[in-house]
Design a protein around this ligand. Structure first.
Ligand SMILES: Nc1ncnc2c1ncn2[C@@H]1O[C@H](COP(=O)(O)OP(=O)(O)OP(=O)(O)O)[C@@H](O)[C@H]1O
Ligand SMILES: [Mg+2]
Length: 342
């Protein structure tokens, strides 16, 4: 649970309300079993998945590990063969419409939820159906389209948009009511929301997720293969393995390093690439096969050598280091991977 939610507590009444709120999960998945018609089985197993108010929980795992299947259950789109899935305190497949109205969702393929015909029409669909007056609909549509960088494209037809633009549009439509102080859904469910988004789009979305959870206590569960964004947003990460089994759960910086190949190891990733170029410009060309563990060890050596961090090396050897770039890095310490500040 993020600390800033606690900060809003300024009385015993608030404190009790907060304790009650955090003790009731918005989402609970306990040993979910799902069988597809062709016999494929998804089973989450003994680790229970929970999302509390104000939390952002991220599901990661290889293609086909069952992330979308789990989200579909949370949204009540499937009926479990076994186990328990509860959403907003109710069995998810029996969720009444008045509770459903508190959930905003974006499915993995944005084309499955875009109804158009134009960009503006699409984003207006939800507020119009809620019966909001025209002026409010117009304001919400403009605000959401501006947020996701689509205001200028408002009169374009939906099917003419690029893949990334359609992802932005699906997000703008699902989150159209999330406008400042006015409203925040109790639960946001996003399946691969970062897919095809450019860096500005990813930043917009991460900022909005943090804002919704801080302002409204919105609970967010999302899936992503874009692991670089996970430490920015996640309170807890669930790592799925084959067949849907939850292998590990915990804070991102505990779970991510156990992923066989996680984001920073990708040489094609722009951040990683830029970092290597910057380091090479400073005389530390780490080669093409360096991974995040080795980089952390190198940085640790630099910090120790420059006296910023405590280390094993003696003061004399530190004093002699003009260019503290070791040829062979020492052991890694987890201290470099600072946990998220509350
Ligand atoms: N309609 C279906 N019929 C049979 N099997 C299915 C069906 N839908 C999904 N599956 C299978 O269920 C498993 C889990 O699929 P799911 O879409 O949940 O995976 P995922 O983790 O979301 O993958 P990705 O990272 O590719 O989005 C996969 O093996 C998939 O082939
Ligand atoms: Mg999926």
């Amino acid at each position: 649970m993020r600390g800033r939610v606690c900060k809003s507590m300024n009385s015993d009444v608030d404190a009790n309300a907060w304790r009650n709120a955090v003790s009731t999960p918005v989402v609970e998945v306990d040993d979910l079993r799902h069988r597809f018609e062709d016999g494929t089985v998804i089973r989450t197993g003994e680790i229970r998945l929970e999302v509390f108010p104000g939390e952002c929980v991220v599901l990661i795992g290889p293609n086909g590990s069952g992330k979308s299947t789990i989200l579909n259950h949370i949204l009540g789109l499937s009926k479990p063969l076994g186990g328990t899935v509860r959403t907003l305190g109710q069995p998810s497949d029996l969720l009444p419409d008045d509770l459903r109205a508190h959930i905003a969702a974006v499915v993995q393929n944005p084309d499955d939820q875009l109804i158009g015909p134009t960009v503006k029409d699409d984003v207006a669909f939800l507020p119009v159906n809620l019966g909001l007056v025209r002026v409010d609909v117009a304001r919400l549509v403009e605000s959401s389209l501006r947020r996701f960088g689509l205001w200028e494209a408002g009169d374009r037809v939906v099917h003419a948009l690029s893949v990334g633009e359609r992802r932005r549009l699906a997000l703008a439509g699902a989150l159209v009511l999330c406008d400042g102080e006015a409203y925040g859904p109790k639960l946001v469910v996003l399946d691969e929301p970062f897919a095809a988004l450019d860096p500005v789009g990813r930043k917009t979305l991460t900022d909005l997720i943090l804002e919704m959870s801080a302002r409204h206590g919105t609970a967010v569960i999302l899936t992503t293969h874009y692991l670089q964004s996970v430490p920015d947003i996640a309170d807890r990460v669930y790592l799925l393995g084959p067949g849907g089994r939850i292998l590990k759960a915990g804070p991102p910086l505990e779970v991510l390093p156990s992923v066989p190949v996680w984001g920073f190891e990708s040489a094609s990733d722009a951040t990683w690439f830029a970092l290597r170029i910057e380091l090479a410009a400073r005389g530390a060309d780490l080669g093409s096969d360096v991974d995040v563990t080795r980089l952390a060890a190198v940085v640790e050596e630099w910090l120790v050598a420059s006296g910023v961090a405590p280390g094993q090396r003696s003061a004399e050897s530190r004093a002699g280091s003009e260019m503290p770039c070791p040829a062979r890095p020492g052991p890694v310490t987890r201290g470099l991977r600072a946990t998220r500040t509350p």
